[in-house]
Design a protein around this ligand. Structure first.
Ligand code: 5RP
Length: 242
């Protein structure tokens, strides 16, 4: 499997993202209020929703999880509403950087984790779109993104470092990446060692200055995963879509 992954070119990965992104639209029904995730995989979902609206008369409203997704959805003519107006969403479809067998996720590779979690916690279901490189036994090989306030962020980083066995770096270094909320992202090298994501999330959230942690636990109901052999939908048996 590792050899196959190494041999996979950029265009193969892009094809898998597209397959997963489009296949997830099977969960979409007319009239739904949808959370629209952020990233290169879910981008294909948003494009497909736009296509179905234009060509097949699908009618949905969306809540975007980033300014990038807002722009994309607007360009496709997908009507957008704020959460305060939408109320509880029927479904959110989003990408992930890693997912484990308990459907816990690392998110935030695109820096949108805070808005993504707000939207996901406001939905009756969450479907993740991913290629099979994202499936892991233990979370953490992908550096865990944490959004922090710019105010005294180095002190916040020191406190995060006390909990993290590896490096904690501000994304972008001296030319920092700034989130849609005006925050910074700390990328934290835990290594593939996160056996209790719920307690780690809670411990990190206790640090003043931490806005949100890119661990999503007990939120994801299904993963639409594309691999070279085809697309499979992994359903969380304790989830809401089973
Ligand atoms: C953005 C995210 C993305 O969903 C995650 O990084 C996956 O993105 P991609 O599909 O581009 O690999 O959490 O904050």
């Amino acid at each position: 499997m590792a050899v196959a992954r190494l041999a996979m070119g950029v265009s193969d990965v892009e094809a898998l993202k597209r397959e997963a992104g489009i296949a997830a639209c099977d969960f979409v029904r007319d009239g739904m209020k949808l959370g629209l995730g952020t990233g290169s995989t879910v981008r294909y979902t948003v494009l497909e929703i736009g296509r179905r609206m234009a060509e097949e008369g699908l009618s949905v409203v969306g809540v975007p999880t980033s300014e990038a997704t807002r722009e994309l959805a607007e360009s496709l003519g997908i009507p957008l509403v704020p959460l305060s107006e939408a109320g509880v969403l029927d479904l959110v479809i989003d990408g992930a950087d890693e997912f484990d067998s308990a459907f816990a996720l690392i998110k935030g590779g695109g820096g949108a984790l805070t808005r993504e979690k707000i939207v996901a916690q406001s939905a009756n279901g969450m479907v993740v779109v991913a290629d099979d490189r994202k499936q892991v036994d233990l979370l953490g090989a992908f550096d865990l993104p944490i959004e922090v306030l710019p105010f005294e962020w180095e002190r916040t980083r020191q406190r995060v470092e006390e909990m993290c066995p590896g490096q904690v770096s501000r994304r972008g270094g001296d030319d920092p990446f700034v989130t849609d909320n005006g925050g910074y992202i700390l990328d934290c090298s835990f290594g593939a060692s996160i056996s209790n994501p719920r307690s780690l999330e809670s411990d990190l959230l206790d640090i003043a200055g931490v806005v949100e942690v890119g661990l999503f636990v007990g939120i994801c109901d299904a993963v639409v995963m594309a691999a070279s052999g085809g697309v499979v939908t992994l359903l969380n048996e304790s989830g809401r879509l089973g």
